[in-house]
Structure formats: C-alpha cells, structure tokens
Design a protein around this ligand. Sequence first.
Ligand SMILES: Cc1cn([C@H]2C[C@H](O)[C@@H](COP(=O)(O)OP(=O)(O)OP(=O)(O)O)O2)c(=O)[nH]c1=O
Length: 227
Amino acid sequence: MNGLPRADLPGFQSDQPERLILASGSPRRAQLLTAAGYEFTIQPASDGAECGICSRETAPEMVARLAYRKAADVIARVEDGLVLAADTVASCVGQILGKPSDRDHAEEMLRLLSGRDHDVYTGVCLWSRRHECFVADVVRTRLRMSVLTEEQLTEHLDSLRWDGKAGAFGYQDGNDWLEVVGDDSESNVVGLPMERLAELLENFEQNAEKIETPTIDSIESTDSSCS
Ligand SMILES: Cc1cn([C@H]2C[C@H](O)[C@@H](COP(=O)(O)OP(=O)(O)OP(=O)(O)O)O2)c(=O)[nH]c1=O
C-alpha cells in the first residue's frame, strides 16, 4: 500500500477549509490517513451509532447506512469540521461478516472464507458541518483466500490478530493465504478506500447533498432501523 493518494480538503471558494475529523476508533483508518499525509483529529462515533446487521440488508447497503450513522453521530457533537466516517464488512456466500465477537466466532468466519473468493465493502461518508452537506459512497474489493490448513488456522487464531477486524482476517498482516484479486483497492480492505476518498474530497463541492445537520436527540430517536 505504498504511495497512498492525498487530496486537498474542500475550500468552498474563499473559505478556510474545515479541519478533518476522523469519526472512528479504528487504528487502521488513522494509520492510512497519516500515511497519506492528512492532518486530522479523532472523534469516534458512540457505540449506539453502529447497530448491527439488519435482516434483508445487503452488505453494501449496510456499510452505507452505518458510515452515514457514524458521521451523523459525530457531526451533531462538533461546531465545525469535515467529518469522515466509514464502516467495513466482509461478505461471503450471502453472509455478512463483521468483527468477530470471540475466538469461536473468528474460527467460524475463517472456515467459511477458507478456499473461497469473497468481497470486502467499505462505506464512506464525508460530512461538512459548516456547509451542512455530505457525500457518501461504497467501495468493493474482491479477495481470494487459499484453503487454510489446520496449522494456519490455529496459528492465526492463537495470534489474536483477528480481534477487531471484519471477517477475522487482517489483510495488512501479510498472510500468504490471502490476496486481493486484480487491481481492487487494498486500503479499502483495511478500512478506508484511499483512492476513492481523494476523489470524494476533490469533487466534494460539486457532489455534496445538502442536509440539515441532525441534533444528538434526533439521532437517538431514529435508532429503530435495525429491528
Ligand atoms: C477486512 C479487514 C478489516 N479490518 C478492520 C477495519 C475496521 O477497523 C474493522 C471493521 O470494523 P468497523 O466497524 O468498520 O470499524 P471499527 O469498529 O474498527 O471502528 P469505528 O466503528 O470506530 O470506525 O476491521 C482490518 O483491519 N483488516 C482487514 O483485513
């Protein structure tokens, strides 16, 4: 993942650009932004913004919804800033794989993924507090996992490297049993599609949708989408 692209933040003609706020507690997302050369502060969304898997929702629909919710959660708490939120899941044979809850859950996910092609989706939402507008998108990366041997599986589970990572693998850990298919985005797998983020920033002013910035109360009272 060398040479990650960086774009200037939207300036809205003569205005000073808003400062970038990463609405995420993911160390991987912060590392990617830093590696690309962005300056930013971190303000993670509250746990309530990330309610889980909804029935009948596809993986791209889910990450789009959660990225939006995380951005809305943080935008309601800041006075100024360009809020960046994201959500990442893996998807395999119709199953959506988020972060494993424990070792058994991680093993279940890895046994499903073993020997299969699968997709990782990241939803991104960029929301300007000052200008009350946002852009959002979803990026897919296709991955191929070799058939895992019992030794590989046990080594990975024992290492705890699955913890906090959607799908229970960690592309950034350089496992030789996992590869990106074709030219799809590698950073997207790790939590932020840096190429698409740069495009979203470059075209923010033309593409942003106007929206009234929500209040914390309005977010908490619209928490019924996951029932
Ligand atoms: C697929 C994959 C995911 N991940 C990580 C990226 C994300 O941190 C995490 C997916 O969980 P998310 O819910 O997207 O993010 P998060 O809970 O870590 O942080 P926040 O909600 O505060 O933004 O999985 C990897 O590090 N490597 C991988 O190969």
